[in-house]
Design a protein around this ligand. Structure first.
Ligand code: KIV
Ligand code: ZN
Length: 529
């Protein structure tokens, strides 16, 4: 394993004086812990690639001991990501640390992130450990992690509710044992910005060896203060922020990366600290995470919401026409939001199509390109204008179906207020064999999903059905997300088509395919941090 790492290259011993803030993304670990946000290996690899491309310093790729699937994700991300440090999470136990070390082994730059709770509440009720035993576990776990790599991060879970004397002792011990990054989580999102900044100042003043480590923060958003607390901590000397795309994460989520990097960029007058993130990639990352998880971004969400750069009121529009600075503190282009561009028409050739996909960041192999081009031609026949967003939906949809065992053959729906009962006639192809049936239901979606159940019997329960239009207009493609749950395992399926019913069946079928994969890799009981 490499002993150098990118963050060490970026940060020097004078870390706390530097104006560089390390962006540590935990979308794939803490983000995935949101109920329903589970992602499969391909999806995680896709997200990791986007995070690397946008200049994220550290990617927390998962919690290797949690399941075989989690291990595999961290391991594979460690193989493909070259420019970001790849990190795995581990509790303060030898098996966790060993599994994590194994998972990050192929990384150019790998990190073990080990944690233990330090607040009185967590130590007494969750860990049922005495403070002195927790203290010893910190020394043992960090030292053990250091025997595998020199890039070790230590976190005091529920740090913001930990007694200060004990916190100082623990942080000092973790640094002495070899932790190069000390992460202070506000695990339950309880802190207020000034209080959290004072906590960082207190650590800087009282921990004798604090200058030997980079101080990191990890703020949850239970009171909507995750970003504010993170930025307050940076002003007090923290130089790593742990965050997620779209603020995904446990409960109310984590601090949103897009908000942090844009706040640093936009208010560099008062916060002279820079991240290495290419902000123009933000929308792409946000859309990908939203599509994969089925977690829609609220329209008025800062930076990435559909309305974040919309100016509806007449007085605002008038001001914008006279000077964009009247109501715009950052440009849409700076977050990668460009005017929807009309890309190609039904007469466009394969070469132009391929070039456009490259521009959008897709490098498809010959077969995938062929399939995508055929679907593009079909789409262009139905839809007058084909936009960038249409192509992104189309290619993502194609990728989603690539390894599916169950496929949609044909679908016919009868519905409306004339017939007594909506009816769906469906052909499914399972492992190459076609079968057809007709089913009824409360509505067309219900009828189609009942038909799927008849042709492919299963006990999974539908947890989410969500439709989203890719562009404006009644000829827009619908992207449908279906979440299914079976034996505590949850999967999200997606489908895109100009016909909402076809997209719905594809989404359901895609979710079923993912469940089949999960059944094969039955994991041990889930462990979360
Ligand atoms: O919220 C938390 O405390 C965590 C730790 C594992 C860093 O996610
Ligand atoms: Zn967390």
């Amino acid at each position: 394993m490499s002993t150098t790492n990118k963050t060490e290259n970026v940060m020097t011993d004078e870390a706390s004086d530097s104006d560089r803030v390390i962006i540590f993304d935990t979308t794939l670990r803490d983000g995935e812990q949101s109920p329903g946000a589970s992602m499969n290996l391909e999806e995680k690899l896709q997200i990791a690639e986007v995070l690397e491309g946008m200049g994220v310093d550290v990617i927390e790729a998962g919690f290797p001991i949690a399941s075989a699937g989690d291990f595999e994700c961290v391991h594979q991300i460690a193989q493909v990501v070259k420019d970001s440090t790849v990190c795995g999470l581990a509790r303060a136990t030898k098996p966790d640390i060993e599994r994590c070390a194994e998972a990050i082994k192929p990384a150019n730059s790998g990190r073990i992130h080990t944690f233990i709770a330090t607040s009185p509440l967590h130590m007494e009720f969750k860990l049922q450990m005495e403070p002195d035993d927790v203290y010893q576990a910190i020394i043992d776990s960090v030292s053990y992690a250091r025997s595998f790599t020199d890039n070790v991060e230590w976190s005091c879970e529920d740090g913001s509710r930990t007694e200060h004397d004990f916190l100082c002792r623990c942080v000092e011990a973790a640094i002495d044992a070899g932790a190069g990054t000390i992460n202070i989580p506000d695990t339950v999102g309880y802190a207020l910005p000034n209080e959290f900044a004072e906590l960082i100042t207190m650590l800087k003043n009282r921990v004798p060896n604090i200058d030997k480590a980079i101080i990191s923060v990890h703020c949850h958003n239970d009171l909507g203060l995750g970003v504010a607390n993170s930025l307050a901590a940076v002003a007090a000397g923290a130089r790593q922020i742990e965050c997620t795309i779209n603020g995904l994460g446990e409960r109310a989520g984590n601090a949103a990366m897009e908000e942090i990097v844009m706040a640093l960029k936009t208010r560099s007058d008062l916060m002279p600290y820079a991240s290495g993130v290419e902000t123009e990639e933000i929308m792409r990352a946000s859309r990908l995470v939203s599509t994969v998880t089925g977690f829609n971004v609220q329209p008025n969400k800062a930076i990435v919401g559909a309305n974040a750069f919309a100016h509806e009121a007449g007085i605002h529009q008038d001001g914008m026409l006279k000077h964009s600075g009247t109501y715009e503190i950052m440009t849409p282009e700076s977050v990668g939001l460009n005017e929807s561009s009309l890309v190609l028409g039904k007469h466009s050739g394969r070469h132009a199509f391929q070039e456009k996909l490259k521009e959008l960041g897709f490098n498809l192999g010959d077969n995938a390109l062929q399939d995508a081009f055929k679907r593009f031609k079909d789409l262009a026949d139905i839809k007058k204008d084909v936009f960038d967003e249409d192509l992104v939906a189309l290619v993502n949809d194609e990728a989603v179906r690539a390894n599916d065992r169950i496929k949609l053959g044909s679908l016919e729906i009868i519905c409306g207020n004339v017939h007594a009962e909506p009816k769906a006639t469906l052909e499914l192809i399972v492992d190459g064999k076609a079968a057809t049936c007709t089913a009824t239901g409360d509505g067309p979606v219900d009828a189609a999903f009942n038909a799927i159940k008849q042709l492919f019997q299963h006990s999974a329960r539908l947890k989410l059905y969500q439709v989203h239009a890719v562009t404006g207009g009644t000829d827009a493609q619908a992207v449908v997300t279906v979440r299914l749950e079976e034996d505590g395992r949850s999967v999200n399926g997606q489908g895109a088509d100009t016909d909402t019913m076809v997209a719905s069946v594809w989404a359901y079928v895609n979710a079923l395919n993912k469940l089949l994969v999960k059944r094969e890799k039955k994991a041990p009981d889930a462990i979360t941090a």
